[in-house]
Design a protein around this ligand. Structure first.
Ligand code: DGY
Length: 315
């Protein structure tokens, strides 16, 4: 792969960066002003590597005449202009499967953290309040809660399997019912109905035009003052200003959020709320998974160069 010019859009992972540097001709996009870089190197870039927040949009694709492949260090490829890639015959790969367990673990962890108030209890101990004020406030049980999942794909199914172990009845919404595959899960044809019949609502679907703001004001009101919203999908799945307002005035009980509409910016109001648990888009953020994701990116680039079938093609 030595001759493959690879443009890394963001310092996504140290191992991946090191291996790309060792195996390819690596360009780091953040090291020089964009226009200057493109003037000097646009023609040499045959591959782009981005991630969940840094993708190849139409403007970048147009600026790279020799681009052959976009290999995303993420399962979600909502930041890649797929239509443009198809039009230009540019191949696109992502990193499915290897991160499923970690993202599902985090979804369940967030639900338990919100209901059992784990971060708040931790702060209580650290602040010395256990000694001065006595026992911590009572919290809410997770076991047995009705869990509704938006999107029963790989991650949604992994969440469902996990919460079954907590005796949680599972229901779901997606475009089509899959009764023969999931006979034990209840299907709701609308997200509002799903939310109305859930204590915990988990967003686990891909982001596209039809799922943007799928968690609307109406959905949050259906989930209700005791309901908990868990988002391990993408920030724009949720109407964020409506969520902030619903959490602030008690129309929504709580939220566990791994993703936000304008990362790394988090709405100021959320930072002061006691009924939310916030983490910085770390669903796949374990040593094990990030290494596996990096190996998939490298494997896809290698397959491309050797004209072999791509490991995880999207386009
Ligand atoms: C992805 O890879 O798309 C996820 O957002 C990782 O957390």
């Amino acid at each position: 792969m030595e001759s493959l010019g690879v443009l890394l859009l963001h310092p996504v992972n140290a191992y991946l960066e090191q291996e790309l540097g060792r195996r390819c001709r690596l360009y780091r996009f953040w090291e020089s002003p964009r226009e200057e870089f493109l003037r000097a190197h646009a023609g040499a870039v045959r591959a782009v590597v981005g991630n969940a927040n840094y993708g190849a949009d139409a403007a970048l694709i147009d600026a790279l005449p020799a681009l052959e492949i976009v290999a995303s260090f993420s399962v979600g490829i909502d930041r890649v202009d797929l239509a443009k890639c198809r039009e230009r015959g540019i191949r696109v790969t992502n990193t499915p499967d290897v991160l499923t367990d970690d993202v599902a673990d985090l979804a369940v962890g967030l639900a338990i953290a919100v209901l059992r108030r784990i971060p708040q209890a931790d702060r209580y101990v650290r602040a010395g309040l256990w000694k001065s004020r006595g026992d911590y406030t009572l919290t809410t049980r997770f076991s047995g809660k009705r869990v509704g999942i938006i999107g029963l794909g790989r991650i949604g199914q992994a969440v469902a399997r996990r919460v079954e172990a907590f005796d949680c009845p599972v229901s779901y919404h997606q475009r089509t019912e899959q009764a023969s595959v999931y006979p034990n899960y209840t299907y709701y044809p609308t997200v509002v109905e799903l939310a109305a019949n859930s204590d915990v609502l988990v967003v686990a679907c891909p982001l596209n035009a039809s799922t943007r703001h799928i968690v609307s004001r109406e959905v949050m009101e259906a989930l209700g003052p005791k309901g908990v919203l868990i988002n391990v999908g993408r920030g724009p799945h949720v109407d964020e200003p409506e969520m902030v307002a619903a959490l602030a005035d008690g129309r929504l009980g709580g939220a566990g959020l791994d993703v936000f509409e304008d990362e790394p910016n988090v709405p100021e109001a959320l930072l002061g709320m006691d009924n939310v648990v916030l983490v910085p888009h770390v669903g796949s953020g374990t040593y094990e998974t990030r290494k596996a994701m990096a190996d998939l990116v490298l494997g896809n680039l290698e397959a491309h160069v050797l004209s072999k079938p791509l490991l995880t093609p999207v386009v």
